[in-house]
Design a protein around this ligand. Structure first.
Ligand code: AQP
Length: 347
């Protein structure tokens, strides 16, 4: 038995031998092209690079006004979209956040090493709290701590997210560092993985604001499940600029956004797009972007239609994932609890 106060090193080696990836996505609203390009696309790729763990973060969704019946429906929608996009439960752990109680327990434990001032500085809290009409919940304020718990409960190394989540990942790094300094090396300090192209897809009607579930216009937001006609219409009416050149640059936020979108949809570099459309009119370019996005999303929409009706199968997949997730998170929680002085000391 170790002497009281002596901290045995926790062996993080088995985890560090293989890249572990974790990310979560909310079951809110309809998933849009920004979610797809910034996050979902990276989830699918992550399965080839390491041990991937993905979760639908329904606990995060209750931080703003919501309807319980809707929440369940949107959860199935989101699960079916991810599976349709290529998240493969045979090659990753895919589960529902609220099924793994370790997330909520760790949130509270991490709150002890989270600075109130840091939470106060979060852009997302400032923006979202300003939009709440009835109640600014404490859950909205605590959102980043729950997000830190999601990732740290798995000792994940990498967190694939869009650019808007940069600050939250920075905070979870700070929380992990502070925990390790205070209680001994226990948690992995994760890195964000933000894609070089498509990290911030902009609203088609207001290319200075990000495409968003709650903040944008219907016409400026392309949904993953939009019909081809709707996609074509949205791109045709996309706001551009008074110039004529299809290239990225200052004052060309609309065109820059379209260049990024088409380059991701076609899987080529933005430079190649600029070369291809040199001298082309904006009308032709917008049509080409729409066509590329229609082709890009069509297989997802088709597969979604097959998967979404079978809620029992979605439940089965999520339950299998939750069991695997719990096996990892419960071990990390046991270490965290022991380090923090809960329960009997382990020898
Ligand atoms: N416009 C975007 N471009 C690139 N990536 C984006 N993400 C969100 N918007 C863009 C990334 O999508 C992932 C899921 O985000 P979420 O779980 O927060 O889902 P949400 O709240 O439904 O998404 P929004 O659109 O971000 O909602 P609002 O704007 O209402 O808060 C994250 O990895 C995010 O970075």
């Amino acid at each position: 038995m170790s002497a009281p106060g002596v901290r045995l090193p926790i062996d993080l080696r088995p985890v560090n031998e293989r890249l572990r990836i974790f990310s979560g996505i909310q079951p809110t609203g309809r998933k849009h092209l920004g979610n797809y390009i910034g996050a979902i696309r990276q989830y699918v790729e992550g399965q080839d690079r390491g041990e991937a763990i993905y979760c639908i973060v329904d606990l995060h969704a209750i931080s703003v006004a919501y309807d319980p019946v809707e929440l369940r429906e949107r959860l199935y929608d989101t699960a079916a979209i991810l599976l349709a996009a290529g998240v493969d439960p045979e090659r990753c752990i895919f589960f529902r956040q609220s099924d793994v109680r370790e997330h909520t327990e760790l949130t509270w434990l991490l709150s002890a090493v989270t600075a109130h001032g840091d939470l106060n500085r979060m852009h997302q809290f400032k923006e979202k709290s300003a939009k709440q009409r009835e109640l600014v919940s404490a859950a909205l304020f605590f959102y980043p701590v729950l997000m830190a718990a999601d990732v740290l409960a798995y000792r994940a190394h990498e967190v694939p997210v869009g650019d808007d989540q940069r600050q939250h990942v920075e905070l979870m790094r700070e929380i992990a560092r502070r925990f390790n300094e205070r209680f001994g090396e226990t948690l992995v300090v994760p890195e964000h993985r933000i894609p070089p192209v498509g990290a911030r897809i902009m609203d088609l009607q207001d290319p200075t604001s990000k495409m968003s579930t709650t903040g944008g216009s219907e016409q400026g937001t392309v949904y993953v499940l939009d019909e081809p006609d709707a996609i074509l219409k949205k791109f045709r009416s996309a706001v551009t600029d008074s110039g004529r050149e299809v290239r990225r640059g200052p004052g060309k936020e609309g065109i820059s956004n379209l260049i990024e979108i088409i380059s991701v949809a076609r899987g080529v570099d933005p430079e190649e797009i600029e070369r291809e459309f040199e001298g082309a009119g904006y009308g032709d370019f917008k049509k080409a972007v729409a066509e590329a996005v229609i082709d890009y999303l069509a297989p997802v929409r088709e597969r979604y239609a097959e998967l979404r009706p079978d809620e029992a199968e979605l439940e089965r997949v999520l339950a299998v994932g939750a069991e695997k997730a719990r096996a990892i998170a419960s071990e990390v929680l046991a270490d965290v609890r022991e380090r923090m002085g809960f329960g009997p000391a382990r020898g």
